[in-house]
Every structure is written in C-alpha cells, then in structure tokens.
Design a protein around this ligand. Sequence first.
Ligand SMILES: Cc1cc2nc3c(=O)[nH]c(=O)nc-3n(C[C@H](O)[C@H](O)[C@H](O)COP(=O)(O)OP(=O)(O)OC[C@H]3O[C@@H](n4cnc5c(N)ncnc54)[C@H](O)[C@@H]3O)c2cc1C
Length: 245
Amino acid sequence: MSEAPQSPWQTAKITRIEKRTPRVTSFFFALSRPFAYRAGQHVDVRLTAPDGYQARRSYSIASAPESVTIELAIEKLDDGEVSPFFHEVAVVGDEIELRGPLGGHFVWSDSDGGPLLLVGGGSGVVPLMAMVRHRTLRKSVAPVALMFSVRVWDEVIFRDELIGLDDRRDGFDLVLTLTREAPHRPSDYSRRIDTAMVMQALARLPQPPALAFVCGSNAFVSAAAQALIDAGISADIIRTERYGV
Ligand SMILES: Cc1cc2nc3c(=O)[nH]c(=O)nc-3n(C[C@H](O)[C@H](O)[C@H](O)COP(=O)(O)OP(=O)(O)OC[C@H]3O[C@@H](n4cnc5c(N)ncnc54)[C@H](O)[C@@H]3O)c2cc1C
C-alpha cells in the first residue's frame, strides 16, 4: 500500500452506485476535502470495525481529473475482506474514509502526448479508463490503443462507453480480447494477450507508442509486459501497476 503523509485521511460520501458488470460495481464519492489528481492515480480506502480493527486497500480512480466526483470501480472477491463490504453493505449516503491522490508513476496527462498503448486485464482497466476519459474531455488528439482482456463479454467493464468512443474513430482504438468466449466484434480476439496481438495493436497506431501502461493482477502484468517487450517495445517506456494476487 502506498504511503503518502501529504495525503491525509478524509471522509467521502457515496453519492451514487452503478453496477458495471456482474462482479464490478462503481461507487461515486463526494470528497469532504476535494483534491486535484492525475489520470492513473489511486486512493487508499480504510474501513474500521466496531472493535477498532482496520482494513486498508488501494483503488484506482476511474473518473477523469475533470470530474467533480471520484469514481471507484470495485470488483467483488467473494473471499475478500474489503470488496465484499462495498458490494454487500455500502449504500448511497454512507461515509467512507479515504486518502489520496496516491501514485506518481502510473499517470498520464494530455500534455504528455502520445501515442499511447494501454493494456488492462479485468479491473486493471480502471486507471486506463481515467486516461481515456481525460483524453476525450481534453479533446486530445493523442492516438491511443487500448487492449482490454477479460474472460467473457459480460465482464467488459465500461463496455458501452468504450465501444461508443471506439466508434468515433478519433484516434482511440479499442481491442477487446475475451479469453473464454468467441469475440463479439470482428476486430476483437478470443485468447490471452500475446506478442502477435500486441504487434497487430501497434499497427493500428500511426507511430510507435511514446508510453505504454499495463495494469491488472500480478500474473497478467508480467505476461502482458513480456508480450510488449517481445513485440519490440522498449522496457523504458512501459509503466506497470500491479493489483496483487
Ligand atoms: C494501486 C492499486 C490499485 C487498485 N485498484 C483497484 C481497482 O480499481 N479495482 C479493484 O477491484 N481492485 C483494485 N485493486 C485491488 C484492491 O486493492 C484489493 O486488493 C482488492 O479489492 C481485494 O481486496 P479484498 O479486501 O476484497 O480482498 P483480500 O481480503 O485482500 O483478498 C484478496 C484475495 O487474496 C486472497 N488472500 C487473502 N489473504 C491471503 C493470504 N494470506 N494468502 C493467500 N491468499 C490470500 C483472498 O482469498 C482473495 O482472493 C488495486 C490494488 C492496487 C495495489
């Protein structure tokens, strides 16, 4: 978990809850002390039980920095401690302790330019979504290819929004790969991300990427980052965020 003494704990009120997929729900928070953040950053959330026991977890910010509320998209792990609390207990109006913004490496602003290669596995798409939304709101022309791997079509988080952005053909290109189902769109895939798939995604960009961001579980990030390197991308431009197990 990130330590950032400059980011004090504060309370944030849940203003809206929106189911994204069967396992992922978005929670929108109004901060008591609003802070500026960059796309890709995360917050720490702290829950305290009546006996004083505390559990703390990190969650990427899905909303663009331009947004008034902070969106966290949380995947439910049935045997987890904190994510089931959000899915089963938290309701609109609840106040939660959080602090941020945290993380200074896995960030992108439109002034950083592009092209960008974004690679997400499951809920690892969350900080990449903040970057995509920021690009849209800033009317950035940076070419972006987002490779997003999930098991099945119903698990594509932010699906309608991403496909809507892809349909605009404004330099944002969405590559979905479903690892346990046939592809639903002609340009998509049905296997794990590999070197050939990365090379085809790169061919959709007008120039080689200036930066590549890879986010997901440990295993996903290791495999995907290796696929990027095998596709000829320099390790120097690859930034990774690992969600743990
Ligand atoms: C920077 C960052 C950003 C993140 N952003 C997001 C996000 O946007 N969305 C999101 O859904 N998640 C995100 N995560 C992951 C999140 O922080 C939590 O890890 C996740 O929600 C699980 O927490 P939990 O308390 O529900 O589960 P935990 O109680 O932490 O358990 C997680 C899993 O580990 C297993 N486990 C627990 N303890 C052990 C043990 N001792 N040995 C072996 N296995 C064990 C459990 O069985 C469970 O399957 C992020 C993580 C990081 C580091």
